[in-house]
Design a protein around this ligand. Structure first.
Ligand SMILES: [Zn+2]
Length: 140
């Protein structure tokens, strides 16, 4: 399963970071995920919890924050996609996979999608003997 291998990578980074800070326990793992990351947040969370069993991250809260798509246009515009243009139903995320370009809100030409495939560990909240630390960002 796709999500399982990603969860493994996240787990390894979380544990490495936690150990570097001599953590006793990992409290939160916050992930930023682009809407085009082709990853199911619920499955990812499920896999992470399964992998983390018996580790210091066993009771960590696994939080996935979705990041909107962003656009870049030849007119110089860069910004987030207005997702209300795309529609509201559950098909939205699937439809997005097939959209190569969207209209620029400034000039109306086709603009490139530049963001939305991210999968980033935003922060890891750990408990140490001395104090609570919020760790650095790490790219997967
Ligand atoms: Zn434009």
């Amino acid at each position: 399963m796709h999500e399982y291998s990603i969860a493994c990578e996240i787990f390894e980074q979380v544990i490495a970071t936690a150990k570097a800070h001599e953590a006793l326990e990992v409290r939160h793992v916050i992930l930023e995920m682009g809407r085009l990351a082709h990853t199911n947040p619920e499955q990812l969370s499920f896999c992470f919890k399964a992998i983390a069993k018996g580790s210091i991250a066993e009771n960590a809260e696994f939080i996935v924050e979705m990041i909107p798509l962003s656009l870049e246009c030849e007119c110089g515009y860069t910004g987030p996609v207005d997702e209300t243009q795309i529609g509201k139903d559950d098909l939205r995320s699937e439809l997005l996979e097939y959209i190569a370009a969207l209209e620029c809100p400034v000039c109306g030409k086709n603009a490139r999608i530049t963001g939305g495939r991210e999968l980033i560990i935003k922060s890891i909240d750990i408990e140490t003997e001395i104090e609570k630390l919020t760790s650095r960002q790490a790219n997967i």
